[in-house]
Design a protein around this ligand. Structure first.
Ligand SMILES: C[S@@+](CC[C@H](N)C(=O)[O-])C[C@H]1O[C@@H](n2cnc3c(N)ncnc32)[C@H](O)[C@@H]1O
Length: 265
């Protein structure tokens, strides 16, 4: 007679539903569920196509466990490169001002603060109230440092001209490409978290136009893009008067643009 363990049976069901990393997912689901009933509910949601991170309620990002609420953009491993670039360029003083626009879960800000050993005054902001709630859970900063609103309009005016490190993982998928995204993103992540307008660069244009006014002299804007969009995106930053560079990490297939506000001579 052939016996299967519950874990092997769970793996088989996930694989049949099209989960590529079925064995890992089975383990994560079993470890996260508090009892059999919860495991059954979680498995059903996963099989119905919800992103694993929404089902688990968390994602691993830069070695941190980030809470991911349903309907909030799932932080991608690729974005760890944005954090690495931001940490490498961050100034030394403990009172450096760090801002994460389009913060989603707050993963970028949380990982940046961790990489800097907790140094710096971090603010995060997003337009979506669900993202703001989620970021408040993830960020070890006062609740009033997590703001809701449209790009820079969310920030307190006292930060104008004072931001040393400005991360903004803006949505950058061209509208016409959205139907071709994996269903997990297309069907379960909010459209405004993905849609970057006709050429995918609409939000970046708005961020770049306002960034020189909000950055401190010598402060840097960092943003993720795709390799296909990198040249056009770099031109947008340069046209805004920022000293622009493109960095890539082939292993994560990540492209990051940095734009520095020049210091006055
Ligand atoms: C690609 S997700 C990035 C989330 C997070 N930074 C990350 O890397 O996981 C983009 C985020 O931008 C937010 N967003 C879209 N339009 C916005 C706007 N006009 N102002 C502020 N946030 C916006 C979305 O709600 C979403 O959370």
């Amino acid at each position: 007679m052939h016996h299967t363990t519950p874990q092997a049976e769970l793996t088989r069901r996930l694989r049949a539903a099209g989960c590529v990393f079925a064995e890992d997912e089975a383990r994560l689901l079993s470890e996260t569920a508090r009892d059999a009933a919860e495991l059954a509910r979680m498995t059903a949601r996963r099989i119905a196509g919800h992103p694993l991170e929404h089902v688990l309620g968390w994602a691993e990002f830069a070695g941190l466990r980030i809470a991911v609420d349903p309907g909030v953009f799932v932080p991608r491993r690729r974005t760890e490169f944005l954090v690495r670039c931001a940490a490498a360029g961050a100034p030394g003083p403990a009172d450096a001002v760090l801002v994460d626009l389009c913060c989603g879960t707050g993963a970028v800000g949380a990982a940046l603060l961790a990489a800097l050993g907790g140094r710096g005054e971090l603010h995060a902001a997003d337009l979506d109230p669900a993202a703001v709630r989620c970021a408040r859970r993830n960020l070890p900063v006062p609740g009033d440092h997590v703001h809701r609103g449209d790009l820079f309009a969310a920030l307190p005016d006292r930060l104008r001209g004072r931001i040393d490190v400005l991360t903004a993982n803006v949505p950058y998928v061209p509208t016409a490409d959205i139907p071709f995204l994996p269903p997990e993103a297309r069907d379960h992540e909010p459209r405004p978290a993905l849609d970057g307008g006709p050429d995918g660069l609409a939000l970046l244009r708005r961020v770049a136009a306002a960034a020189p006014d909000w950055l401190a002299p010598g402060g840097t804007l960092l943003t993720e893009t795709s390799s296909r969009q990198a040249a056009a995106a770099a031109r947008i930053l340069a046209d805004a008067g920022l000293e622009t560079a493109v960095s890539t990490d082939p292993e994560l297939s990540a492209t990051v643009l940095t734009g520095r506000r020049p210091r006055p001579r």
